[in-house]
Each structure stands twice: as C-alpha cells, then as structure tokens.
Design a protein. Structure first.
Length: 236
C-alpha cells in the first residue's frame, strides 16, 4: 500500500516541472509549493487516509503495481491552459527529442476542474509513468457509480485532458507518462471528458510528440490506462 507523505510531496513540487521549466510561469511553482508546505498535521493525516483508501481501491486492478500515487497540481487556465498545445520550447526543456504537440482539431475545449476564482486545484492521483487498466471508455463510463466511488468521490470525473496535461508538465525532466521511452507504451483515456463525434479523447507521447488524440470508445486494450483522482485542496 502506497502512502502519501508530507516531505515527499513537498519535494515533488520543488523538483517538478512547475519549478524547473523556465518557460512555465513561475507563479505556478510558488502557489503549489506554498500550499503543500503550509498545510498542518491534520490536513496531511487526511491526505494519507485518502491515499490509503485510493491504494486499497486500486489493489487487484490490472497494472496497479505500476502506479505511483501522489499530489498533482492543476493551474487555472488563465495562467496556463494545459488542455492545449504547449510551446515547443517547453517540451524541449522536458526532453531534448520532443517536438511540437499534436492536438486533434476535432477536440473541444475540455473540462476545467479548477473552481472559479481559484489559482489552482490539487488532486490525489497517479503521478508516475502509468495508470491502471480498467477497460475502454465505454466500459468505465457505463459502470455503476458505486464501483468508482472512493471516499465519497467518483474518481472518474477528474479523468480529464486537463489533469493529464498537468501530469505531463509536473513530471518536468523526469520520466514522463505514456511514452514509448517507458518499459511499456501506454495512453491515458479521458473518461471525465465527453465523447467527440462518438470518439474518446486520450493522451500519449509517441514519436517525439505529446499527442491529444481521438480514438474508438470501445478500445479496451492493456495499453489503455486511466488515472483515478480525488480533489484534495483548492489553492486561492
């Protein structure tokens, strides 16, 4: 069972792409680090409990042993809209072979999960290279609410392009999610976003491009992953 630990999460924010990529607005790193550093013991105890519940929920699901749980910061779109293509300079800072992002022109704006008036939102979710495999977009979206409820939260709702875009950037120059450079190539389904022309949106890093794609909603192969998430703090 994975634990959410204060020192590790503070260090994660300090070494994240928010803090280390020159082309990312510095206010993001300041806000993220300030928030996690200022929380009291009770808050971290609650975070550890949520992490234990999420870890227990994932236990036994396919590829759960590959998942790293942690805190993910999502900035408000007015500061940095991670649902769109990032400047090539940003990707070059992350990995020297990365070229410009590829975004399917049919994609809509996508959901924004940062509350109005907030600077950002913190989530407990998958922060490493992999998520879990739980079937296709259709399989997951049509499942009962009970099956995907953890600590009173439907963990499918934050499975969005916005969280994945933040996850890729927060990884900074470290191992990136869903890339062919990992031991196993994967892609993350955005079950929390609506279908577009009957197709499911997903994110992957393939052939030197961060790609926001559309594909079959019933595609449930092992490479199709999801990142269950729980909102854990709003940064004002």
């Amino acid at each position: 069972m994975q634990r959410i630990e204060r020192d590790r999460e503070i260090a994660r924010m300090g070494s994240s792409g928010w803090a280390t990529l020159d082309s990312v607005p510095r206010d993001i790193a300041d806000e993220a680090s300030r928030f996690v550093s200022s929380q009291n013991r009770a808050w971290w105890s609650d975070a550890e409990e949520l992490g234990a519940e999420m870890s227990a929920w994932m236990e036994g699901r396919r590829f759960c042993e590959q998942v790293e749980l942690g805190l993910l910061y999502v900035p408000k779109p007015a500061v940095l809209d991670v649902r769109t293509a990032m400047p090539p300079q940003t990707r070059q800072e992350q990995r020297s072979d990365l070229l410009g992002d590829v975004v399917d022109a049919r994609l809509n704006e996508g959901r924004d999960l940062v509350p109005e008036g907030a600077n950002g939102q913190l989530f407990l979710t998958c922060v490493g290279e992999y998520g879990i495999s739980a079937g296709s977009y259709e399989d997951i979206s049509s499942a009962s609410d009970v099956e995907y409820t953890v600590a009173g939260h439907d963990v499918r709702l934050p499975m969005t392009r916005q969280l994945w875009g933040s996850r890729v950037l927060q990884a900074g120059t470290g191992p990136l999610p869903d890339t062919e450079h990992n031991e196993a190539w994967t892609f993350t389904l955005f079950v929390g976003d609506e279908l577009v022309d009957g197709l499911a949106a997903s994110g992957t890093i393939l052939k030197s491009h961060v790609r926001f794609r559309l594909g079959k909603a019933n595609r449930g192969i092992g490479s199709a992953r999801v990142a269950p998430a729980i909102p854990i703090g709003t940064v004002s």
